[in-house]
Design a protein around this ligand. Structure first.
Ligand code: ATP
Ligand code: GLA
Ligand code: MG
Length: 538
């Protein structure tokens, strides 16, 4: 899985055959618009997709493994570096960036000083996502080529089809494709997937959301036809996971709630607050369960201490103290942690700053400095019990889901029972997200119950939640019934445009990850002969 980001030579290297017709039109439109805006041809296109998360919600920033997959919808950046140097101020380079949806995302021009990329995270501005990719890529380029490395000017046109704020990670698609575009524009012939992902994870935080690493990993590493198992410790690793053949066949349906969840705006009471609560829970459990003075390891999680870090420390110390020669299985450890959390974090209505600081033996100011200063939060009480319970139990569900996938069904003529076991785990995730982690909303709950009543094995929110998207594991022969039920009981009650109606529900096949496409001198984007005939459009 590791290795360089692929260079595609035709659209069929990127998309499945059923998508080629639509994508070819879109790519050619992008390149034609580029030519008319900048008066020259684009040199290359950097592409990164959105993702849907199958299982493992809100545990990536606690450094537990997750199982997402890439979708077809993506972010494309057409780029040329042929910008006259005279157009930038002395000591600066020029970034001109426009969007095919120019009404919603207006064009900008920036003169950026060679030494720093300024990002104002207090304003919600679409180009901040490009700048965060730029900043991360430049750090990597400087590591490789020395601190005096001078980036090239760029002209960019973006086309994103991942619905923004819809839970399918348009932001990571945008940041990853931006970082990739900057690397290629600055002459990197090969871009390492792990390096690209790591820089995209850290740099996306510059827009003001203290996110984990699942989205960027799914966007960069995914392979067509497979889901992706992403683990974050001891270092970032991703491997493809295939679903066994089942009967009835399984389909993933993604359904929009059309409740836009803007993580940037609601960060202080939703996403960023959950990140703080999880890290505080790790510090609290460390203080009450590990020997006095035990320090948690500083790790790659957004606030540097994580529940996974606590988990490892706790069992390492326990094994050392008992002289155990054999480690407990991770499943057994997680079960124990669920029980310990229920016992030691017994305040159901949450903990005040003062209460937590006293247990950590630090002042409230120190607590704020360590946990809430870079990404401010608004809360009087922190629900450490509920957040830790969700994280440990969700990490356990991911392992159970993976072992089901690895086991394969026994009765291959009828795998209904096996399918239902997979679905049950998704339903349990939804229950936990709704009741314990409090990141669902009534519209998502409704979509899930409508789907289950119409034959879905498992239905849950996907992505950050508080709106956005839901994912459903549906037998192929029930897809129609589930779609009809949503239309009847949910979508027909909303005032949706034709475009929204079309995008409301998609059958998702696992798509491929990031790629670079070098634009040829003339003519439209290349389509393989075999695709021309098979989709009949060209
Ligand atoms: P989630 O993180 O829950 O999976 P998401 O990534 O779509 O969903 P956000 O993290 O809030 O949601 O990011 C959405 C932001 O990304 C938009 O507000 C916009 O600034 C930027 N963005 C996304 N798509 C585009 C696009 N096509 N053009 C310009 N900016 C975009
Ligand atoms: C958002 C974040 C991810 C992850 C999910 C929840 O998509 O960007 O890092 O935390 O929410 O699982
Ligand atoms: Mg996002």
């Amino acid at each position: 899985m590791a290795g360089p980001v692929p260079v595609a030579s035709s659209l069929s290297d990127i998309y499945t055959i059923d998508a080629i017709g639509t994508q070819a039109k879109r790519w050619n439109n992008l390149l034609t618009r580029f030519q008319s805006i900048y008066g020259q041809q684009a040199e290359f296109v950097a592409r990164s997709p959105g993702r849907v998360n199958i299982i493992g919600e809100h545990i990536d920033y606690s450094l537990y493994p997750v199982l997402p997959m890439a979708i077809t919808a993506d972010s494309l950046l057409a780029v040329s570096t042929n910008v006259t140097s005279a157009s930038a101020k002395e000591g600066h380079y020029k970034i001109k960036i426009a969007n095919v949806q120019d009404g919603r995302f207006p064009a900008h021009e920036f003169d950026i000083p060679y030494d720093a990329v300024d990002i104002d995270a207090t304003v919600h501005e679409w180009t901040n996502y490009f700048k965060s990719g730029l900043r991360g890529a430049l750090e990597l380029l400087r590591k490789k080529h020395g601190k005096d490395f001078k980036p090239k000017s760029m002209q960019i046109l973006m086309d994103g089809t991942v619905p923004a704020g819809g839970g399918l990670s348009s932001s990571a698609a945008f940041v990853s494709s931006s970082a990739l575009a900057v690397m290629v524009a600055n002459g990197e012939k090969t871009v390492d997937k792990t390096e690209l992902t790591e820089l995209a994870i850290v740099s996306e935080r510059a827009v003001g959301v203290n996110s984990g690493g699942m989205d960027q990993s799914a966007s960069v590493f995914s392979e067509r036809g497979s889901a992706l198992f992403v683990s974050f410790t001891p270092s970032l690793k991703a491997r493809p996971v295939s679903f066994p053949k089942t009967n009835p066949e399984l389909t993933f349906l993604i359904a929009q709630s059309f409740v836009t969840a803007d993580k940037f705006v609601t960060g202080p009471i939703h996403y960023n607050l959950r990140v703080v609560e999880c890290s505080l829970a790790a510090a609290y459990l460390n203080a009450v369960l590990n020997p006095p003075g035990t320090q948690l390891p500083s790790d790659a999680s957004p606030l540097s201490v994580s529940l996974h870090g606590f988990h490892e420390t706790y069992f390492a110390l326990e094994e050392h103290a008992s002289g155990a020669t054999k480690s407990k299985s991770t499943e057994a450890q997680l079960e124990e942690l669920v029980a310990l959390t229920a016992e030691k974090l017994d305040k159901k209505d949450g903990y005040t700053r003062e209460e937590i600081a006293a247990v950590l033996n630090i002042s409230v100011d120190e607590l704020d400095k360590q946990f809430t200063s870079r990404f401010p939060v608004r809360a009087d009480r922190f629900k450490l019990r509920q957040r830790a319970l969700h994280v440990f139990s969700e990490a356990l569900r991911v392992l159970k889901f993976m072992s089901l996938l690895e086991q394969q069904p026994t009765n291959t003529d009828d795998t209904s029972e096996y399918n239902a076991q997979l679905g049950d785990l998704l339903n349990q995730t939804q229950d936990s997200c709704r009741d314990v982690y409090e990141c669902s909303c009534k519209e998502i709950d409704e979509l899930c119950s409508i789907a289950r009543n119409a034959g879905s094995y498992g239905s849950r929110l996907t992505g950050a939640g508080w709106g956005g998207c839901s994912v459903h594991l549906v037998p192929a022969d029930k897809v129609k019934a589930v779609k009809e039920a949503w239309e009847r009981e949910y979508y027909s009650k909303l005032d949706l445009s034709e475009e929204q109606k079309e995008a409301a529900v998609v059958v998702s096949k696992p798509g491929s990850g990031s790629a670079v496409y070098l634009v040829e001198d003339t003519g439209p984007v290349k389509i393989d002969e075999r695709d021309r005939t098979s989709d009949g459009l060209y």
